[in-house]
Design a binder for this molecule. Structure first.
Ligand code: NI
Length: 174
């Protein structure tokens, strides 16, 4: 397994729509293993393949807290089959938008079909944090970021702060 670099905004790849996975082979499993390692190291609770520069419809999630037994979830080619009208809000962050957080409202529960690590068809009903995390990651597969769910004012503020952050990093390197 190898840790991969996580792309951050404004990398244009983050705005692209990812392609469905067609073949389940060793290369795909390597990629999924690398994604999981990258997510654990970050650390984060969800990661989409596009965030490591691969435009494939693959998500890894693990909501286990530090010190708890790991519970990795591999979700390939997800399709949401139903979403609750009831909404829930969480303060969300994203490994591709470092150090920025904002409250986002999403469906409080959802059902989906997907393929697992071995390419087997699975069905899942999710609610609470898992439902939010799945919707956030599926957004990534469609080139959508959590800041797109905010008002223009809040979104612009986060974009401005991220730009400033990058400049400060550059300054230290120079
Ligand atoms: Ni994200």
């Amino acid at each position: 397994m190898a840790k991969k670099q996580i792309l951050t905004i404004p990398d244009p790849l983050l705005r692209k729509v990812s392609e469905p996975v067609i073949a389940f082979n060793a290369e795909l499993k390597n990629l999924m293993d690398d994604m999981l390692e990258t997510m654990y190291a970050a650390p984060g609770i969800g990661l989409a393949a596009v965030q490591v520069g691969i435009l494939k419809r693959i998500i890894v999630i693990d909501l286990a807290k530090e010190g708890e037994k790991k519970t990795p979830l591999f979700i390939v080619n997800p399709k949401i089959t139903s979403k609750s009208k009831e909404l829930i809000s969480y303060e969300e962050g994203c490994l591709s938008i470092p150090n920025q957080f904002a409250e986002v409202k999403r469906s409080s529960s959802c059902k989906l079909n997907f393929l697992d690590y071995d390419g087997k068809e699975k069905e899942l009903s999710a609610d609470g944090l898992l439902a939010t995390c799945i919707q956030h990651e599926i957004d990534h597969l469609n080139g959508i970021l959590f800041i797109d769910h905010l008002s223009k004012l809040k979104k612009d503020l986060i974009l401005k702060k991220t730009k400033k952050q990058k400049k400060e990093i550059d300054r230290v390197i120079v």
